[in-house]
Design a protein around this ligand. Structure first.
Ligand code: PGA
Length: 250
């Protein structure tokens, strides 16, 4: 049975000091629950400050981005091994902001995923269509391409998490309807079955929804069988709001 996973993508918010305060407050608001998992993706520079606070708690840590080489002359980049050393057990790959603002291709995503998995870290691959692609009925094709290309070097025996984030819903206040999200998640699971060599393996993979998730709109979605949790941006910056999202009755 898949556990529910609640992930906070802080993006370029909450430096070390604010991050520490957030984690102290947040841990007071949640209690361990065998059916739920939590992960925070802080800015890289915040990781080491909050790791000692979260260690031993139900909240795991993740990196928002990494490079696809172990080390070397790559100014400004961080390798999966370095993230692991700082306590990260997840790394986001292919967030739409990385794809759109920093020009990351599916091919780059695939190289990152390979190295992340080799380092024993769980990649969380973000996929999703733009408004124009949805309007032109290309959602399925986009998902197929992003998954097939992005997971080209992924070994299906290693852990993986997917975040479905329709680009038009990120930071816009426009949220996919629960039916829309469930439909996309089902499609993603079908494609994963083809890539991973069977529906059984695909059934083990958590698929999160992301895009303007708030306490008010998350409850209804959670009831859908293929929605395994959320990747939350803006609403994850306030401990109480993120805790509310993650503590929806199951
Ligand atoms: P949002 O961001 O919740 O602010 O829309 C989600 C994300 O980008 O992961």
């Amino acid at each position: 049975m898949r556990k529910k996973l609640f992930a906070a993508n802080w993006k370029m918010n909450l430096g070390p000091k604010e991050g520490v305060q957030f984690c102290r407050d947040f841990l007071n608001l949640i209690s361990p629950d065998a059916q739920r998992e939590w992960v925070i993706f802080p800015p890289s520079i915040t990781l080491s400050s909050i790791y000692p606070i979260l260690k031993g708690s139900p909240v795991k840590l993740g990196g928002q981005n990494c490079y696809f080489e172990e080390k070397g002359a790559f100014t400004g980049e961080i390798s999966p091994g370095m993230y692991r050393e700082c306590g990260a057990t997840y790394i986001l790959v292919g967030h739409s902001e990385r794809r759109q603002i920093f020009g990351e291709s599916d091919q780059i995503c695939s190289r990152k995923i390979k190295l992340i998995s080799e380092n024993g870290i769980i990649p969380m691959l973000c996929v999703g269509e733009t408004q124009m692609e949805r309007d032109e009925n290309q959602t399925q094709d986009v998902l197929k391409r992003q998954l097939n290309e992005g997971l080209r070097f992924w070994n299906p025996s290693t852990p993986l998490t997917i975040a479905y984030e329709p680009v038009w819903a990120i930071g816009t206040g426009k949220v996919a309807t629960p039916n829309m999200a469930e439909e996309a998640h089902l499609e993603i699971r079908k494609i994963l079955g083809q890539i991973a060599g069977g529906a059984n393996r695909a059934a083990e993979i958590q698929i999160l929804y992301g895009g303007s998730v708030k306490p008010e709109n998350s409850r209804e979605m959670m009831a859908f069988p293929n929605i395994d949790g959320f990747l939350v941006g803006g609403a994850s910056l306030v401990p109480k709001t993120f805790a509310q999202i993650g503590q929806i009755p199951l």
